[in-house]
Design a protein around this ligand. Structure first.
Ligand SMILES: [Zn+2]
Length: 306
């Protein structure tokens, strides 16, 4: 995470415990020793601080230089320029050095504000055009899961690695064959591939290959007028994707995982249970759902895009 690019913090300078090393960036964009290199060469103690050279009293600022020879010519002009810059710096008080949060007038950093900035600058912008999908027949946790997947916000190993989290390995914890990206985990992993194969066999859909997370989110048949029940299929795809993630986490954290045929049964039973509970009007028949979901009564799930 490159906080330096956020430019939200600056050093608030007090005078007394000053650590204004001439070699650090204090005023402007470069260290004083670079911008005023002629007089820096004349300074006896190259580690001297501004506090060593400036005395503040009731009459204003007083200077206590220590040159190896007196500045002359262009060195003297540099010295006048430095004094002018320091005089206009506005030390203000005898406070200790501290950090000031530039994003709020109080100068105090609140973690909530920092989280909002990280959120806006690092996470949201590239996905701001992604529509939010809702599905009234599934639990909110499934909607949130799809929302996060569409925005690449699931903590797969490559994403954790990008954010500077130290991991033993970035390889997929399920197959250990490749680096774990979101697409690998949900689509290309051997486990996911096998499960999707079984899933489409259950729905009796041939020759469909999931290419991206959006194929899962929007549903491959959602625009097909010929497909009898596209919304139900999309809902069960969301559950299937969620179960792939759930199974992956079980393997990683609990050292337990199921076979693809077992996880498909979970997809079938969970989606049946969730949809049945939320839709009393069209009661799904379990045998039909389990054997021929494509023949179930058509249900509009109202996928609203906010
Ligand atoms: Zn894998």
């Amino acid at each position: 995470m490159r906080f330096r690019t956020l430019r939200c913090l600056e050093k608030k300078q007090g005078l007394l415990p000053a650590r204004l090393m001439l070699k650090k960036i204090l005023l402007g964009d470069q260290p004083l020793c670079v911008r005023y290199n002629r007089i820096f060469r004349l300074e006896v103690n190259k580690d001297a601080t501004i506090r060593d050279r400036i005395l503040r009293n009731s009459a204003g600022l007083d200077y206590s230089w220590n040159w190896n020879r007196e500045p002359r010519g262009r060195s003297e002009a540099e010295l006048h320029s430095l004094i002018g810059e320091i005089s206009s710096f506005g030390f203000g008080s005898y406070e200790n050095d501290s950090w000031k949060w530039l994003e709020h007038s109080s100068g105090i950093l609140h973690t909530h504000a920092l989280a909002t900035i990280i959120n806006n600058k690092l996470l949201v912008n590239s996905f701001s055009s992604v529509a939010t999908l809702r599905n009234r027949l599934l639990p909110q946790k499934i909607e949130v899961f799809i929302w996060r997947a569409q925005r690449n916000r699931l903590p797969v190993r490559t994403e954790l690695d990008k954010r500077g989290i130290d991991l033993d390995s970035a390889r997929c914890p399920v197959c250990d064959n490749e680096v774990e990206t979101l697409e690998h985990m949900l689509i290309h992993c051997t486990f996911a591939k096998d499960l999707w194969l079984r899933f489409f066999k259950w729905w009796k859909v041939d020759n469909f290959q999931i290419q991206s997370v959006n194929d899962i989110a929007s549903g491959p048949m959602s625009h097909s007028h010929n497909f009898p029940n596209p919304d139900l299929m999309t809902a069960s795809m969301w559950v299937c994707a969620y179960k792939i993630w759930y199974n992956r986490n079980n393997k990683l954290f609990n050292k337990t995982d199921g076979s693809s045929s077992f996880v498909l049964q979970e997809v079938q039973s969970c989606s049946f249970k969730w949809i049945s509970i939320r839709d009393k009007k069209h009661s799904l028949d379990w045998i039909q759902w389990f054997t021929k979901p494509i023949e179930c009564k058509r249900i509009r799930l109202i996928f609203s895009r906010l």
